[in-house]
Design a protein around this ligand. Structure first.
Ligand code: ADE
Ligand code: ZN
Length: 346
């Protein structure tokens, strides 16, 4: 357990303080960081006709009622990603946001099936993303670990075929994840493919309890044996599950702006993240799909200040949790925690 001493702990966190805190981002879909401006640029470069006439029209379409209404548009937008350079540009643009916001370590997701099902080679996707992540480390000092997500609305066979395609690139990944339409696609559908991925030495995470029930969080833990739960906010339906998550120090990668944009909560003032934090759960703040939900990591922290009055002490604990919950080495975590301590002591 890390002890943080934050001067003036009850003070509301300022934007400068939030930016200065070294932070890790553990729940970010690279395809969800595709800004409309880059989407138009790639459409022109690849001679693709978009179903939108202007950037304004795109932004108007980003009016979601639930997860599925978002996913339908999100998969459509990803069609502009065709070449290694496209995947590089997408990832580099995200890294530049990280650099501007004090994000020092990232573990982004990508959805290979969204691309391989369109005939794009796995190697094109992985090489484009990986070389941007490599440059992010070299030029911006941002460390990273890439996570390959299986699409849960597709079959177990399709997930196995994806894992097979990924085998030549194993050294590029730190783990596997599970995303897309949650309800009706429980974690146990992917028990065998997660077991195979763990056998290959990969870490495991899964979206659970975003819209789906507490039972999905339970099976992500017990069947998929994940090391983090992505979202997990529906744990608030069960005292027993909240107690278990706290006892096991199981990280939840929570995405406040995503949850309000997808109507998990009608207003940020209803968001339970700080209650979960103060109950002893290892919650972290993340952006999920920032180009679609109106903000990157810093905007998510700021939203918690505006709607929930988040203090410096709470913000520092959330940032510390993000570092501790990452798959970085113990030495890298210690170095990030030291910088965090310096910021909060300043
Ligand atoms: N893919 C991209 N964003 C997602 C989310 N919030 N939930 C499930 N799948 C996703
Ligand atoms: Zn997500």
């Amino acid at each position: 357990m890390t002890v943080l001493s934050v001067a003036q702990g009850n003070d509301i966190a300022t934007t400068d303080f939030l930016r200065a805190l070294p932070k890790a981002e553990l729940h970010l879909h690279l395809e969800g960081s595709l800004e409309p401006e880059l989407m138009f640029k790639l459409a022109a470069r690849n001679q693709i006709q978009l179903p939108y006439a202007s950037i304004d029209e795109v932004k108007k379409a980003y009016d979601f009622t639930n997860l599925q209404s978002f996913l339908d548009i999100y998969y459509q937008c990803a069609d502009v990603l065709r070449t290694e350079q496209d995947f590089y540009d997408l990832t580099w643009a995200y890294l530049e946001h990280c650099h501007a916001e004090g994000v020092v370590h990232i573990e982004p997701f990508f959805d290979p099936q969204t691309h391989t099902d369109r005939g794009i080679d796995m190697g094109v996707v992985v090489r484009g993303i990986s070389s941007a992540l490599h440059d992010g480390q070299q030029k911006l000092g941002i460390s990273s670990g890439l996570i390959l997500c299986f699409l849960r609305h597709l079959s177990e066979d399709a997930a196995f075929a994806t894992l097979e395609m990924a085998k030549p690139y194993l050294s590029h990944f730190v783990g596997v994840g599970l995303d897309s339409s949650e309800v009706g696609h429980p974690p146990e559908k992917f028990a065998r493919v997660f077991a195979a991925a763990r056998e290959l030495g990969l870490k495991a995470v899964a979206h659970a309890g975003e819209e789906g029930p507490v039972a999905y969080i339970e099976s992500a833990l017990d069947v998929l044996q994940v090391q983090r739960i992505d979202h997990g906010v529906r744990c608030t339906d069960s005292d027993a599950m909240m107690d278990r998550l706290a006892r096991e120090n199981m990280p939840l990668t929570v995405c406040p702006l995503s949850n309000t944009r997808l109507k998990v909560y009608q207003h940020m003032s209803e968001h339970p993240i700080l209650q979960l934090l103060d109950r002893g759960l290892c919650v972290t703040v993340n952006a999920d799909d920032p180009a679609f939900f109106g903000g990157y990591l810093l905007a998510n922290y700021q939203a918690l200040v505006e709607a929930l009055g988040m203090t410096r002490e709470q913000a520092a604990r959330l940032a510390a949790n993000s570092i501790q919950a990452s798959f970085a080495s113990d030495a890298a975590k210690a170095s990030m925690m030291k910088k965090l301590q310096q910021v909060i002591a300043a």
